[in-house]
Structures are given as C-alpha cells and as structure tokens.
Design a protein around this ligand. Structure first.
Ligand SMILES: *Cc1c(COP(=O)(O)O)cnc(C)c1O
Length: 407
C-alpha cells in the first residue's frame, strides 16, 4: 500500500505537471492542422478545380499541378478576394522575384484569414520591395567548387540540381537563383559534380537539393543515384525537397520505388505550419517512410507564420504523427526582399525553451543560426549550464530548478 504522505506528494507533483500544460491545451485546438481543417480546404479545392476545368485525375497528377501553377495575381483573385491595388503590387513584385504557386498549395489558403500563414508563404507582399539584406548572404558563390556544388564542411556537400519548385516561397534563401525560367541542370554538369565527389574520398554524405531536388524527372534521379552509388566512399545520400508540402502528388509509387533501391536514402522536408499537414501530405510522407526512408523536417522561423511557441509545438507533434522527425529550426537569413519575415534570436530561444520538458524530446529540433559568408550552421540553446569549473557544474532544469553535479 502506498503511504498516504507519498500519495499526497505525488498528487501535488502531478498537479504541477498538469499546470505546465494547461496553457497549451487551451490553444491547441485553435491552431488547426490541414487534416483538422480538411473540409474548408476541400471547399477551396472545388473552387480552384472549377476555375481550371480540372478533374480529380488532373489534380492528383503532379505534372498537371506544375503546368497549372498560378503565376499572376488576376487568376488568384478569381479564387481569393484580393483588393485591386494589391493585384497591381503582386504583379510588380513578380517582375523582381518570381512568383508561382501550385493549385494544391493555393487550396490551403484561408481567404477569410488576413493573417493566413499559407498566404504569407506563397503570395507576394509589397514588403518584398524593402531592399535591406543581401542576395547571397551565405556567399554560396565563394564556396562553390563546381558550378552546382556548395562545399563548406569536411565530409559532406550539396549538389543543386534544378531551380524548379512547386511553389516559390516568398522567403526563399536562394531567390537569386530562381531566375525567370525553369531549368534543370544539364547532365553534363551533373556528371562533373559526380566526378568531383568521386575524386574527393573524404565526402561520405551527399545532399541533393535545388530549387527542389524532386523536380528532377524520375529517370534523372535514378541515373544520379546509380552514379553516386558506384562511388564507394559515398555512405549517405540525402534529398532536400518541399514537394510533400507544396506538391505531394509528386511522391509517386514509381519515385518511391527508385529511391528505395539506393539505400541509405534520407529525405529532409520543409513544413513551416500545422496547416500544411494535410491528408495528402500525410500520404506522401507515409509512402516515403514505408519505403524505409527516414524523414526530417527543416523549419524556417518566420515572423507572422510560426514565431509562436504554440504553433511550433503543434507543428512538431503533428509531424511526428506523420512520421517526420523535426530536425532543424533555422533562424531566418538576411536575404534581400525577406526582411518582413525576420525574427529575433530571443524569440527563437523562447520557443526552444518552451519545448524542452513540455513535449517529447523527439519533437525538439536543433535551433540553427547560419553564420554569414558561409561560416556555417551554428546551434544555439537556451542556457541550462549556469556554472562550470572548480570540480562542479551547476545547471537549471526545464522547470527552472537548480542542481549541481561533480565535474
Ligand atoms: C546545410 C548544409 C549541409 C548539411 O548540413 P547538416 O547539418 O549535416 O544537415 C551540407 N553542406 C552545406 C553547404 C550546407 O549548407
């Protein structure tokens, strides 16, 4: 029998734990995922399909989605109410920074919500004309070894295989490369990149990105994987793609069948808000996971979209439900034309602080600041180590309680 005193103490402790989560429980249902808001999204989808004269078969075909991307404001105004002067603004901005959004991603926009986090990611804002920031803050040009390779670390590198995307994110860090036309890299350039990897024996991790790496046709992906797998020192191949978010129709049985022949393959995706977690996104991630591909999420911290501890908690928990492990939260980079999305480091740290202890460790990614000019990914954490030296180390735990261990 449990002693009465112990029982009472336990109950008090459990009450404190419950008190730690009441704030989240109060708001969590008001931050909807795309699964929870399926009916509203379906309604928008019907409207868009009617506008484009599309069948469900068209809708589920990613080539159709790509060919029917919305690229001018007047068309969007047929779906979402946009004031006339905003239409003109959008078209002006589109001349400077390319604009295209898949019908699927547009269907997630909530026209009733002025602050819609989906709208902010896909539809140009006049704030993009604010010229502070740089076009290439990462100085990728300086760390390019072949035109399409960026190498900044000893044993890994990235290959940028295309500038095509299902949707051009308004905060894109590679805006300078998006250009006016969709262009995949020629096979000649890919061959040179593969050759670089072959000649540099220390490279064991190759990251294929873009644009969006899954915008390469299946045959090119297969050719590239086969070439990379011939290289003995290549251990891990990773893809960076936003297609499960912006164009989930791209994850086809054929693509998945190709990828799983070349394991170990890892895929990093890029969800920024719970509303992006729809039944379609869930299906796409499920197909990749069923093929044995571990999935990680790389979120970008963005003002007005996800610089909110409850939004991030809901997002990360919803990601685990669709078998995606939150991997990184990136602090926004100082890319020109994106200053309206910038946040402070304090905001990022507060979000990290709010997660630790209050949810699964699995739902807690690493918060990363990218050093300018290619100085690299640098992790930051709230300060838990209060003192270290003289044979002891003093910490605070997630609830602010102090403890000490020998050092
Ligand atoms: C982000 C990045 C990588 C991958 O970094 P991880 O921390 O291993 O995910 C590799 N090369 C470059 C140039 C990068 O920017």
């Amino acid at each position: 029998m449990m002693n009465e005193v112990v029982r009472k103490e336990n109950n008090e402790r459990f009450q404190i734990l419950k008190d730690n989560i009441t704030d989240y429980l109060e708001v969590k249902d008001s931050i909807k995922t795309g699964i929870e808001d399926e009916e509203r999204i379906k309604h928008q989808r019907k409207k868009i399909m009617k506008h484009l004269g599309a069948s469900m078969k068209d809708w589920n075909d990613y080539i159709w989605q790509l060919e029917n991307r919305f690229t001018n404001a007047a068309d969007i105004a047929e779906i979402i109410d946009i004031p006339t002067e905003r239409i003109e603004n959008i078209n002006t901005i589109a001349k400077k920074y390319r604009f295209a959004v898949s019908p699927y991603y547009l269907s997630l926009v909530d026209p009733e919500n002025e602050d819609c986090p989906i709208m902010k990611q896909c539809i140009p804002s006049i704030d993009e004309l604010n010229d502070i920031g740089e076009l290439d803050p990462m100085n990728e040009k300086a760390s390019s070894v072949e035109e399409i390779i960026t190498r900044r670390y000893p044993d890994k590198l990235i290959i940028k295989v295309t500038n095509i995307c299902g949707m051009f994110c308004r905060f894109c860090q590679r805006r300078r490369l998006i250009g006016e036309f969709d262009t995949s890299v020629s096979q000649e350039k890919l061959k040179r990149a593969v050759n670089y990897v072959k000649l540099n024996h220390e490279i064991r991790d190759v990251l294929i990105t873009g644009g969006d790496s899954f915008m390469l046709p299946d045959e090119m992906i297969e050719w590239l994987l086969a070439e990379l797998r011939k290289i003995e020192h290549v251990e891990v191949i990773r893809f960076g793609t936003r297609t499960p978010v912006t164009l989930p129709q791209r994850i086809t049985p054929n693509l998945v069948g190709i990828l799983k022949k070349y394991h170990p393959i890892y895929v990093n995706v890029h969800f920024n808000h719970p509303m992006e977690i729809t039944p379609e996104a869930q299906k796409a991630c499920g197909m990749l996971a069923d093929a044995g591909i571990p999935l990680g999420n790389q979120m970008v911290l963005l003002k007005g979209i996800n610089n909110d501890k409850y939004v991030v908690r809901k997002l990360n928990q919803a990601l685990l439900k669709i078998r995606v492990k939150p991997y990184y939260i990136f602090h926004p980079k100082s890319v020109k034309g994106t200053s309206h999305f910038w946040c402070s480091i304090q905001e990022g740290l507060e979000i990290m602080e709010s997660l630790r202890g209050c949810t699964s460790g699995m739902a807690i990614p690493t918060y990363i600041v990218n050093g300018p000019q290619g100085l690299g990914k640098t992790p930051i954490l709230p300060n838990y180590l209060l003192y270290i030296g003289n044979g002891r180390a003093v910490f605070r735990n997630w609830q602010g309680e102090i403890f000490e261990i020998c050092n």
